[in-house]
Design a binder for this molecule. Structure first.
Ligand SMILES: Cc1cc2nc3c(=O)[nH]c(=O)nc-3n(C[C@H](O)[C@H](O)[C@H](O)COP(=O)(O)O)c2cc1C
Length: 329
């Protein structure tokens, strides 16, 4: 690149705190679908780069930095060479897909998507945080899971999303079996079972009651009960498909476990794959037991968090299912 080349700084330059130990700020931008990160410890360098928005020659760009920064010319030349090497001047026009995301009002999601692009995991650290468990002495011991006798191929062939649960039933053995399969101890997920009229001696008198599954004791820890909820649809943005089902099931993520295990923001996306695989297990097991399932990720966050007494920045509920045994399976 010659000093007279016309250069355009990236149109989508963003500033964040650096994820890399030893660096203070990250400036990032996209080239095509890839995200490029330039780390600096200098507030002045970060600010000067963020100010550069217009086309100019490389010479003019360098002269601006020499004027603005409390650095000698040799240091500025080195910074400009670093920037050129990592593609600061070659980003080109915004990628067409960017406009689509913004046009549909997905600018927030685009920012999250971009912020987590091109980041790989770093090795495990010591000091795993304690797994999140709600505190309560009110615990229901679950019965032993029953062995699954149905043939996998047969279960798979009749699996369909179910949308009519009126008059359906379920037992604690069903819950115990689904929980034991879907939520093994080492999972960084927290599973909640919600009951619409649980028939059990220690069940609260209110209609809707929520419990967290504790894989260590294979028990349910009481979380909350309410008379204010009449139908599952009031937690699902009005979707009525699960109404009438005796059991709701919520998968939530324990963020600290993820943050500790994978020190990369990309792990944010892996949470959703884990939700999917764990729910797939839950649904398959439910089907094997003769229950039907309706699943949705369209959860009313604040209502479900209030019911489960969760701060979504600590434990976030992301995937929902209703289970019930109807006469025609
Ligand atoms: C992640 C996920 C979320 C879903 N969310 C909804 C939903 O919000 N509303 C709905 O009616 N169906 C929802 N479904 C059900 C799908 O629409 C359904 O699975 C699809 O129509 C395929 O039908 P099948 O499951 O009978 O094969 C969801 C399915 C999945 C896997």
């Amino acid at each position: 690149m010659s000093p007279a080349s016309v250069v355009t700084p990236p149109h989508d330059l963003e500033l964040s705190l650096s994820y890399n130990d030893g660096a203070l700020f990250s400036l990032s931008w996209c080239v095509g679908g890839s995200r490029i990160v330039y780390d600096t410890d200098s507030t002045e360098v970060a600010a000067a780069l963020l100010r550069r928005r217009v086309e100019m020659t490389l010479d003019e760009f360098t002269a601006c930095l020499i004027e603005e920064l409390p650095l000698g010319p040799a240091q500025v030349f080195a910074i400009v060479a670093d920037l050129a090497q990592c593609g600061f001047f070659g980003a080109g026009a915004p990628h067409a897909s960017r406009h689509e995301w913004i046009r549909f009002g997905w600018a927030d999601a685009l920012a999250a998507h971009r912020a987590t692009a091109s980041s790989g995991p770093v090795p495990l650290r010591s000091g795993q945080p304690r797994r999140y468990r709600p505190e309560s002495d009110d615990i229901i011991s679950l019965p032993k899971p029953v062995p699954l006798t149905a043939h996998y191929g047969e279960v798979r062939s009749r699996r369909r999303t179910h949308r009519d649960f009126q008059g359906s039933t379920a037992s604690l053995v069903d819950v115990a079996t689904i929980a034991a399969w879907a939520l093994p101890k080492e999972q960084p997920l927290v599973g909640y079972f919600l009951f619409d009229g649980l028939e059990h001696e220690s069940a609260p008198s209110q209609r809707f009651a929520t419990y967290a599954y504790d894989p260590d004791s294979h028990g349910l820890t009481f979380v909350s009960a309410t008379d204010e909820i009449r139908e599952w649809s009031s937690l699902l943005w009005g979707q009525t498909f699960g109404n009438g089902a005796p059991v709701g099931f919520v998968l939530a993520v324990d963020w600290r476990q993820y943050m500790w295990t994978y020190r990369t923001p990309r792990a944010y996306r892996w949470v959703f794959s884990d939700f999917g695989s764990s729910m797939h297990r839950a649904i398959t097991v439910a089907n094997a037991l003769g229950l039907n399932a309706f699943q949705t990720a369209s959860i009313d966050d604040s209502r479900v968090c209030a019911l489960l007494k969760l701060d979504p920045g600590v434990v976030y509920p992301g995937y929902w299912a209703n289970f019930g045994r109807t006469s025609a399976v």
